[in-house]
Design a protein around this ligand. Sequence first.
Ligand SMILES: *[C@@H]1O[C@H](CO)[C@@H](O)[C@H](O)[C@H]1NC(C)=O
Ligand SMILES: *[C@@H]1O[C@H](CO)[C@@H](O)[C@H](O)[C@H]1NC(C)=O
Ligand SMILES: *[C@@H]1O[C@H](CO)[C@@H](O)[C@H](O)[C@H]1NC(C)=O
Length: 211
Amino acid sequence: MLFAILLALVPFALAAPTPDMSTSSSCPVSSIEVPIIPGIERAAGEQTIFSTVGRGVQNYTCTAGKWLSAGALADLYDMSCMSTVLSPLFNINQTSTAIAFGALQAIPFPATDPSLVKFDHFFVRTAAGGIAPAFRDSRVGIEVVGSLISRADSPAGNVTTIPWLHLTAASGMLSKGVFRTHTIGGQAPPSCAAEGRSLSVPYTAMYYFTA
Ligand SMILES: *[C@@H]1O[C@H](CO)[C@@H](O)[C@H](O)[C@H]1NC(C)=O
Ligand SMILES: *[C@@H]1O[C@H](CO)[C@@H](O)[C@H](O)[C@H]1NC(C)=O
Ligand SMILES: *[C@@H]1O[C@H](CO)[C@@H](O)[C@H](O)[C@H]1NC(C)=O
């Protein structure tokens, strides 16, 4: 029943007007505490500015028998208003990621209607030759490149599910922090045989942006 209600609300949440991406949500999203689990901490005074649900793929390359992370690509949908309105009823985090994994599968990935997407998630090359996670509001160009502070296995385990993460801004003005929580899927198999092969594993997660 609740699932059906939430499902009915999804199109409205996705289409919620967000006139100026450089400002925080019009809903009182700062009242939403970023959910954490042991191993992931909030910084003192860190406040939520956007609550989003991401849907995409985690990429891997087969390197010496192991699937090594080769970045990710995801569309992030704004859940800020839905979170503030519906959180007294149930845990919006868990439900929205489940919805993303189910109902949002009907929306093409990558999204064919970019106006529905709040932030693009992708990876950039670092000066040191590695890769780093980036998030960009494609309409106003504001972005943040994250640097890992902490990670913790999901309460659902680590066999098929990628960890929860806390990133801090290495550069960019979009946010001070990014948390990846309530992950579903995205994990690579434990080993691989075909050296150099690529693999993309679908996943969903909540992403909280903080200031
Ligand atoms: C991840 O793989 C997808 C194809 O599944 C590709 O479109 C995307 O560019 C890749 N992103 C990265 C960072 O490797
Ligand atoms: C998100 O989940 C955490 C527990 O995992 C809960 O404490 C928090 O209130 C939830 N947030 C919302 C908006 O429901
Ligand atoms: C999953 O957790 C186990 C036990 O902590 C650990 O040994 C293993 O390396 C983890 N696997 C991944 C892919 O993180």
